[in-house]
Design a protein. Structure first.
Length: 202
């Protein structure tokens, strides 16, 4: 396995910044609902805290993946997707499952191929396309990577009891269902009312 030349520092992401998790949950100032009539303080705090949590979790995963394999988390996810299907995939199929742009996917596949973890082969069903399949070295990389990710997940989520994790999943299911509804609708311009508080000038 490849090792990065400069492993991330303890408690910091690959760019040397502290984890967003160290900031805790987001809290707004007193008077928030006076400044934003119609807003809800807990909605803002929960939304921002969910975003911060997601950033922190992905950041830690990226830090561990770079330390272990010397590649970004997105590339490791692509490798896991390719390995997990058990059949060759087209680049667009990998891109759709990883949810990254096709141009970025091309660079990602180039990186994985350079490492010897995947190979591109001709697509017998479409001469304009190629198929992506995992190599034995790529299989070995995922055999190291995936159990490590499971251990990281368990380490972080051990902060909750079994019941709390089940409740969290129920709450996240509601949020994701509503987010999917919003994403499926036509986007609306951001607008609303703000009463800017008077600020003392020093």
């Amino acid at each position: 396995m490849s090792e990065p030349s400069h492993p991330p520092r303890r408690g910091r992401n690959s760019r040397g910044r502290p984890s967003p998790a160290s900031l805790g949950v987001v809290r707004v100032d007193a008077g928030f609902e006076d400044e934003y009539p119609g807003a809800d303080r807990t909605c803002t705090e929960a939304y921002a805290s969910l975003c911060r949590t997601g950033e922190a979790l992905l950041g830690e995963l990226d830090r561990r993946v770079r330390l272990t394999l010397g590649i970004p988390q997105a590339a490791a996810t692509a490798l896991a997707v390719i390995e997990g299907t058990g059949v060759p995939l087209t680049p667009s199929q990998v891109s759709d499952r990883v949810l990254i742009a096709s141009a970025t996917m091309t660079a990602t596949l180039d990186l994985l191929e350079h490492r010897g973890w995947i190979r591109r082969t001709a697509n017998p069903g479409d001469r304009r396309s190629t198929l992506i399949e995992i190599t034995p070295d790529g299989q070995a990389a995922t055999d190291q990577l995936l159990p490590g990710i499971r251990a990281l997940e368990k380490s972080i989520l051990s902060a909750l009891t079994d019941g709390e994790r089940a409740h969290l999943l129920d709450l996240l299911a509601k949020i994701l269902a509503r987010a999917a509804e919003v994403a499926a609708a036509q986007p609306e311009p951001l607008n609303g009312q703000r009463i800017r508080p008077a600020r003392s000038v020093k």
